[in-house]
Design a binder for this molecule. Structure first.
Ligand SMILES: [Zn+2]
Length: 548
């Protein structure tokens, strides 16, 4: 999700955004020790592998206060004695306990180094309990500037939700806050005032009445990334249906504010349509055991795994707007389609380092046009993705900075999508392309990966060496430009604005005839039939051209 907000702003205040982007560029090349502690696989993280969390908390809406504990189970990979747990102030890590013994903690900003006194033997699965409390950072503009949103619904009931992409889950609960290591399964217990309901990830196991409060316990049976874990608290009503999917019956569960029930029943008809299109293109929904939920929240939305959050106002488009300007963007509810697309790209296949977040946003932005392709045809799909090019700024590369928790440009959305649309043209076989996307979701099922792994996989599966293709589109801001000249009956052409070795072929129409050109960095020559020859470049390729 995240940086779509920036795209949205572009329509209205482009100069401001450009200035801001330049500011970010100069600012973000300098990183602090805290950035490194947050963004790298430190020695205090590397020696242990997460297996299970039980997050057990009480949420006090009146005082905007969270307190509780997290039980952390882990497998010892290498003997060590210091463990890094992350929790961002003003939340306080109160104590850490192992085998009944309270442990020493050295606090260092967001990182907390816990000295373990028991031996940590390789292959053992051990358990640590951390207790914490505090007034968590309040979301300023969720989900982009996240934290906890403490809102009220129209009836004056509390309406509360967490969102923490980029910022990190440690803004509201103590965890190993790095993308590379997903916990294998999780239990989430949330105590709230009796008249409210808490919806988290996975399936509801039980509800316990405790005085005038209730504890909702949710079970997640699949690996989950930190920012995917969420709490949503409100005056919810629930409706559901069973989808006959690729892997059998899939529960689709919806939690919406009581007064939005009828609107939701209408708008959420797009959920089975989404499931049908995405299982066709990407293979089976990756979390059958945990079901699929759509949960209304007081902000736009987020790809929380198996409890995708929704705040698009029960309307099509992106808050009613078409990001492509072609009309096709109003044929679907952007938040339902985009955020659910992330179940395959972000939640199933997850980046190890947010520098490679284009894997999440590029493929998911691309999924918007594959949804259109499935329901409205190939032409609609192409027009949409080409239409979104106007959002591309080419300000910074798609890949960000490694080991400091810094993603690349917001171009990861629509430049990413257009790069993949260009790749589809190179493959020239839609069925093969679909099989590759499906195989990708099997090969990297429930894994965290690097961009390099995805690039190598696509090179191997397409049979095309895509090394320079990805170097060009992911690691530079340069758009490959076809420079050409027609002199009498001779066409001369070459690539400029490219990385060394970039030699992508492109499709052109010359005198009404489709053909491939094979430009390189040096001039190529082709004989034409007549002096009046016309040349048109296939708009499906994200390139520039200039006649000289
Ligand atoms: Zn997204």
């Amino acid at each position: 999700m995240k940086t779509v907000y920036i795209l949205f702003l572009v329509f209205f205040i482009t100069p401001f955004v450009n200035i801001q982007a330049q500011g970010l560029l100069s600012e973000k090349t300098e990183f602090t020790r805290q950035d490194t502690l947050r963004g790298s696989i430190t020695p205090e993280r590397e020696w242990w592998d997460l297996t299970y969390y039980h997050l057990d908390i009480k949420v006090d809406p009146e005082n905007k206060f969270i307190s509780g504990k997290n039980t952390i189970q882990y497998k010892v990979l290498d003997q060590d004695s210091v463990m890094q747990i992350d929790l961002q102030p003003p939340m306080e890590l109160l104590k850490a306990v192992q085998n009944g013994q309270e442990l020493k903690i050295k606090h260092d900003g967001n990182a907390h180094f816990i000295s373990l006194s028991d031996n940590q033997n390789v292959d053992e699965v051990n358990e640590l309990i951390v207790h914490y409390q505090g007034h968590p950072r309040e979301a300023v503009k969720a989900p982009w500037d996240g934290g906890i949103s403490w809102k009220k619904d129209k009836n004056g009931n509390h309406f509360i939700a967490s969102s923490c992409q980029g910022l990190g889950a440690s803004v509201w609960w103590p965890c190993k806050d790095h993308m590379y290591d997903e916990v294998d399964s999780m239990q989430i217990s949330v105590n709230v005032p009796s008249k409210l309901t808490n919806v988290s990830n996975g399936r509801l196991r039980r509800v316990d009445q405790i005085g005038d409060t209730k504890t909702y316990t949710w079970i997640v049976k699949n690996p989950i990334n930190n920012y995917g874990v969420n709490i949503n608290i409100g005056d919810y009503v629930n409706f559901s249906e069973v989808y006959d999917g690729m892997a059998g019956n899939l529960d689709l569960d919806y939690y919406v504010l009581s007064y939005n029930l009828e609107k939701a029943k209408e708008q959420f008809k797009q959920v089975p349509m989404m499931m049908e299109a995405f299982e066709h293109w990407f293979g089976q929904y990756p979390f059958y055991k945990d079901s699929f939920k759509l949960v209304e929240v007081p902000y736009l939305g987020m790809e929380h795994q198996s409890s995708v959050t929704y705040g698009n106002g029960y309307q099509n488009g992106y808050l009613g707007n078409d990001l492509s300007g072609t009309g096709w963007g109003l044929k679907f509810d952007f938040i339902i389609i985009h955020e659910a697309g992330h179940e395959w790209f972000a939640n199933n296949i997850t980046n190890k380092d947010v520098a490679d977040m284009w894997i999440h946003e590029g493929f998911t932005a691309y999924s918007e046009n594959l949804y259109l392709d499935y329901h409205f045809g190939k032409q609609a799909s192409a027009e949409y993705v080409i239409g979104t090019r106007k959002n591309i700024q080419n300000d910074r590369p798609l890949i960000g900075y490694y080991d400091v928790n810094k993603e690349g440009s917001s171009d990861m959305y629509y430049k990413g999508a257009n790069m993949l649309h260009t790749l589809r043209q190179l493959i020239e076989d839609d069925e093969k392309w679909r099989k590759i996307l499906r195989k990708m979701n099997v090969t990297f099922y429930h894994q965290t990966v690097s961009s390099k792994q995805i690039e190598d996989f696509l090179s191997q599966e397409t049979g095309i060496d895509l090394t320079e293709f990805f170097n060009q589109y992911l690691r530079t801001t340069k758009v490959p430009t076809l420079e050409y000249t027609i002199n009498k009956k001779t066409l001369k052409y070459r690539w400029i604005s490219i990385v060394e070795g970039f030699d992508m072929p492109i499709q052109v129409i010359i005198n009404d005839e489709d053909m491939w050109l094979f430009p390189k960095a040096d001039w190529q020559t082709m004989n034409l039939e007549s002096k009046q020859s016309s040349i048109k470049i296939d708009p499906d390729f994200y390139i520039y051209s200039q006649k000289i």
